[in-house]
Design a protein. Sequence first.
Length: 325
Amino acid sequence: MSVFGDAGRRHRVAVLVRDGVLPMELGLVHQLFGTAVSPAGELLYEVVSCALAPGEVRTDADFSVTIDHGPGTLAEADTVVLPASHEQDEVPGPLPGPLADALELIGPDTRIATICTAAFVLAAAGLLEGLPATTHWQSGDRFRAWYPDVALDCDVLYTESGRVLTSAGEAAGIDLCLHMIRNDHGAAVANEVARRTVVPPHRDGGQAQYIPRPIAAPGASSTGRARAWALEHLDRPLTLRDLAARESTSVRTFTRRFREEVGTSANRWLTRQRIERARHLLEATDLPVDHVAEQAGFGTAASLRQHLQAALGVSPSAYRSTFRG
């Protein structure tokens, strides 16, 4: 599946807007994809909103939006994004005819992404059967009861399986859009979009949703200093003992606090940061691959190749040839 538009035009993102749409979710898709530019300053995406019928569409706030395009836009899209509609998503039974017909217009190779409870729509359409997916954690029990054949995981921010991607709540939609931009055009482009929007450039999809969790006792140290120190020393072989020492805690206490604060293990977080460093070096420098591996903390080119293949499905040389600006 190609994630790029046909030669001569920008990648087209169609946003399917339904009554009850969350304005933030509609806006974030336009904000993120709509500000992604090439190193030469050229817009990389064309973002078009469409509805089941052109005209006024209610939001879940005290205003409506006017949508000029109908469902035919879906047939022309390279990516389709479905924001949530709390009044329509969590309704049992088959999809309404117009919505089902609209989804049939989406091409077999078109990328499809959902934000929050819009995952219910894809599940009802049979597009998530046997696939990993996520949705807002408050809706998890209902989703599992209705769609037991979907591998739902409400402990992550977003999932990706082939051409189908799902994300948790509204803010996780930002993470998912940045993830798609990063996969399409590289880390440098995605990071610049994040800087313009003043959001974190990357949160791993496996990071836990912000559901209620025990917080550290007053006065207890966080893991922020250790993370900042680790980012400055990624070229070194770092251990949990090294990180715990930065916070003057035991490895056991540090490990527990790290997961509570970051939502993933310290080792997984560290690997993710090394991959991001390697991506940046492959895009922004002409360093040989073995030097990239050393500076990112993987040690050898073989180790870098193994980790990049596992995370992105490409070799370092293939990644560089695709995204080197």
